[in-house]
Design a protein around this ligand. Sequence first.
Ligand SMILES: [Zn+2]
Length: 88
Amino acid sequence: MNELDPILWIFLGALLIAQATWIFRDARLRREDYAWLWGLFGLINIPSSIIVYILVTRRNNVRCAGCSKPIPRELEICPYCGSIKAEK
Ligand SMILES: [Zn+2]
């Protein structure tokens, strides 16, 4: 096996940290119960962690009436614009 360039490892590490940070912040914004666990999960690999995260958290969404972003069905208030959901 060839030795990988250390620069490449640093680049991969930075990508993993960026992915984990994005997942953690998104999970916290969406009031996921285990935001920190999702963040750790984001450190495991690229890009399957983020694909799994998006598939799991986006499947149960409705569109916000105020800003039309996808929000979890169980939320009463949109985390993006703060408008209150009209229907349940
Ligand atoms: Zn909204």
